[in-house]
Design a binder for this molecule. Sequence first.
Ligand code: HEC
Ligand code: HEC
Length: 241
Amino acid sequence: MGRVKNALFVMIAVTLSTGCTDTAPVADPFERSGELIALSGGDAGAANACIVCHGIEGEGDGKLTPRLAGLDPGYFVRQLELYEIGQRRHPEMEAIAAHLSWDARNAAASYYADREAPPASDAGGPACTAAARRLVFSGDPSRNLPACTACHGRDLAGAGAAGPPLAWQTAAYNESQLRAWRSGERYGDPQGAMGQVSRLLHERELQAVAACVAGPPDARDRREPRAASLPERRPDPRSGA
Ligand code: HEC
Ligand code: HEC
């Protein structure tokens, strides 16, 4: 409820300030219309203003609503298209996408691409087991599993339209998306890369990898979680485990 109130407050503030060029943070008219969509929801209506769920600066909610700040615009508009055609499922986002014209989508994408937002408050830092770190940075050639960094950038902070940032998103969001690909609910990425990757990960790895790629990109060491910082138990060759 606090969020909705905030959203309404900002909407009113923006409505009052749009006539006045020197107070607006965004100068480009195209991005300015993107800012208006973010704050007012455009044709999707005020209840669907992006900031209501994605945060005032597009930082995400620290849970299952992703960060939009800094997303590549090509990736951004493609996701809206996937929601619209049902290759990505989420009731609110499907309805919102259906109400946004191409121009509105592009304007919102270009607005968010330039945002720099602090991490969502409870996003947490990365936590990597040794095994998860290996998968993230080296993959596993024995099962043709490429490193996550091969497509998502060396620091996981993104690599263009076909490699969205994983750092900055939360472990919970990353995990929800891996599960959506694995079940076939999310699909439609050009090479089907994530469908394959998600199915090559064992169940016990999926959560560990999602946590390891989350958190700010400058946390380069990608620490062990406290509980798992003891040396990993080696399988006992005599037990065949
Ligand atoms: C009612 C809450 C809500 C509102 C309002 C909302 N979103 Fe979302 N949005 C979400 C959630 C939740 C997800 C993740 C859904 C999923 O799991 O696929 C999401 C996902 C997205 C994504 C995909 C991001 C990624 O990393 O793949 C984009 C792009 C997006 N929203 C844009 C917008 C825009 C633009 C607006 C405003 C016009 C908006 N959203 C308004 C809740 C919302
Ligand atoms: C061969 C390239 C490739 C590799 C390797 C790869 N990804 Fe991806 N990943 C993609 C593409 C492409 C997308 C965007 C798909 C789309 O547009 O729907 C994506 C999207 C994602 C997303 C969703 C991001 C968002 O904002 O919704 C997550 C989470 C993800 N990948 C996790 C991983 C993890 C974890 C690994 C390593 C185990 C990995 N990926 C390896 C290509 C790859």
